[in-house]
Each structure stands twice: as structure tokens, then as C-alpha cells.
Design a protein around this ligand. Structure first.
Ligand code: G
Ligand code: G
Ligand code: NA
Ligand code: MN
Length: 254
């Protein structure tokens, strides 16, 4: 089986779907965001997770049409939720390096935003820390053009790359997502707690929204609340689920 041609066919045959994982405000307990995570329902193989196809999609360039489909579908879903009276939360979409480095990225994103009719202020792009730290000059220009569209920018997997702290100040970003490797043992390992606490304090003092990902236990959530972390995301609250299940979660937590 050739995965590349299978993926190409999958795009044509609408075999991809988005799951959504809630981002929850620690103070109110309300759902304030939905991270879209792509899934592939292969007719023979069944559910395929992104770790199995995103790397190949990046290598082959298929991440470009796939990424456009993901952004479009996420925006469409956000509009549908707003129309149902459910949309008081932002939709977050992951972007890979190859997408981020397209010369005409802002134009492409602007087109998708416009066609879907989504409020750009309700859309967050999640970029990994290591991605934005390559070629910071070009990063700065791209981030500015995306911010001009009204989008929010989140630095994903924060703490695992090599951020120059001066760029954190210079980049027009809105959010830090503390990588789950720091959250796993936060309730038992004082070093991890110290690192998470320092990231939260730094993020807050820069006026950023700080999200902890990979929260699986109540103890982790309480500690993060004490540390004034703004949002949490993880299996303790909800796994990534399909749009219908996500709606149910939102209604239950209003
Ligand atoms: O749920 P999880 O298995 O969804 O996701 C695994 C990895 O795949 C994560 O690193 C996530 O950021 C990445 N990923 C999920 N959906 C997308 C997507 O739509 N685009 C990109 N570029 N990465 C994605
Ligand atoms: O790289 P990125 O942060 O975008 O990917 C998020 C990945 O983490 C997805 O695969 C998602 O399914 C997974 N994830 C989300 N919440 C949890 C959690 O609480 N525990 C673990 N182990 N993984 C999680
Ligand atoms: Na992400
Ligand atoms: Mn992450």
C-alpha cells in the first residue's frame, strides 16, 4: 500500500475528519477553546492517527492541501457552532512548518477565513516553539501578517524547543502552551513544578494566555490553578472527540 497515493485519494474522497479537544478556563471551568486534531478514516484500515501520516504529509507536501482542508473545516465548524448559539469559544488549528513557510500563507489563510465567514478573532493558529525559532526574521513578518488578519497565535509544545526569550517579547503572540512533558509529573516532581511555574509567571507577565496541555489528573489541575495558569487541556477534562460529542461537553460545562 502506497501511503502517499492513499492520502491523496483520501483527500479527494473526504476520508479526513476533525476531532476537537476543549481548552478550559481554570477560573470559570467554562470551555473557551477547541483544538482541532485531524483524523483519517481509511475505508479498509479504519482510524489512522496523525502521528502516522503527518510526517509523510510534510515530506510529500500533501500537508499543504490537507492543512487547507483542516483550516477550512475548523472555520466552517466554528461558524456552525456560533449559529447554534454555542460559539463563545475559539477554534485552534495546528500548522506545520511547511505550511507556515509558504510565501503566500497570509493570503491563503485570509481567503479561507473570508469564504467561511468565521470571525478571525475566534481563530487561533498553533505553531510549535521550534518552528517559529527557525529563521526568526521571516517568522516575524509572517506572524505580523497573520495578526493583521485578526488571528491569535499560540506557541505549542512550549519548553521543548530553544526559545530565545527576547523573541518571546518581539513576536506578536497571544498564548503559550506548556508542553505536556512538564505537566505529566507536576504534582510529584518539584523540578517540573518549578519549570511550569516559571513558564506561567513569565507568560502572564508578558500578558499572554498560558495553557497547560496533557492534564490527566485533578491534582495537576489544582496545582496549575494555584500557579495562576489560565487554561488547561487534557484527558482529565476530555479526550479529543467528534463535533457532536464536543457540543455535548460544552453544554454540560456552561
Ligand atoms: O491527537 P493527536 O494524536 O491528535 O495529535 C498528534 C500530533 O499530530 C500532534 O502533534 C498534533 O499537533 C498533530 N496534528 C493533529 N492535527 C493536526 C493538523 O491538522 N495539522 C498539523 N500540522 N498537525 C496536526
Ligand atoms: O502536539 P500537540 O500539542 O498539538 O498535540 C496534542 C496531542 O496530545 C494530541 O495527540 C492529543 O490527542 C494528545 N493529548 C491531549 N491531551 C492529552 C493528555 O491528557 N494526555 C496525553 N498523554 N496526551 C494528550
Ligand atoms: Na497543538
Ligand atoms: Mn502540544
Amino acid at each position: 500500500l502506497n501511503m502517499e497515493s492513499a492520502m491523496r485519494r483520501g483527500l479527494e474522497r473526504a476520508e479526513f475528519a476533525l476531532h476537537y479537544q476543549p481548552k478550559i478556563d481554570l477560573k470559570s471551568g467554562h470551555v473557551v477553546g477547541a483544538e482541532a486534531l485531524v483524523r483519517w478514516y481509511h475505508p479498509q484500515i479504519g482510524l489512522i492517527h496523525p502521528i502516522e501520516f503527518i510526517p509523510l504529509a510534510e515530506e510529500t507536501g500533501l500537508i499543504l492541501p490537507l492543512g487547507e482542508w483542516v483550516l477550512n473545516e475548523a472555520c466552517r465548524q466554528q461558524v456552525a457552532w456560533v449559529n447554534k448559539g454555542l460559539g463563545a469559544f475559539k477554534i485552534a488549528v495546528n500548522m506545520s512548518s511547511r505550511q507556515f513557510r509558504q510565501d503566500d500563507l497570509a493570503e491563503r489563510v485570509a481567503n479561507i477565513i473570508q469564504r467561511s465567514g468565521v470571525d478571525p478573532h475566534a481563530v487561533t493558529l498553533e505553531l510549535t516553539e521550534s518552528m517559529v525559532m527557525q529563521d526568526v526574521g521571516s517568522t516575524l513578518m509572517t506572524l505580523r501578517s497573520l495578526k493583521n488578519l485578526g488571528l491569535s497565535i499560540s506557541l505549542d509544545d512550549f519548553g521543548t524547543g530553544y526559545s530565545s526569550l527576547s523573541y518571546l517579547r518581539r513576536f506578536p503572540i497571544d498564548e503559550l502552551k506548556i508542553d505536556k512533558s512538564f505537566i505529566n509529573d507536576i504534582h510529584v516532581n518539584p523540578d517540573d513544578a518549578a519549570i511550569a511555574g516559571a513558564i506561567i509567571a513569565m507568560g502572564l507577565s508578558l500578558g499572554l494566555n498560558v495553557v497547560a496541555e496533557g492534564v490527566e489528573k485533578n491534582e495537576q489541575a489544582s496545582l496549575l490553578k494555584e500557579m495562576r495558569c489560565t487554561q488547561v487541556q487534557g484527558y482529565y477534562f476530555s479526550k479529543p472527540v467528534d463535533a457532536t460529542a464536543f457540543e455535548g461537553f460544552v453544554l454540560k460545562n456552561q
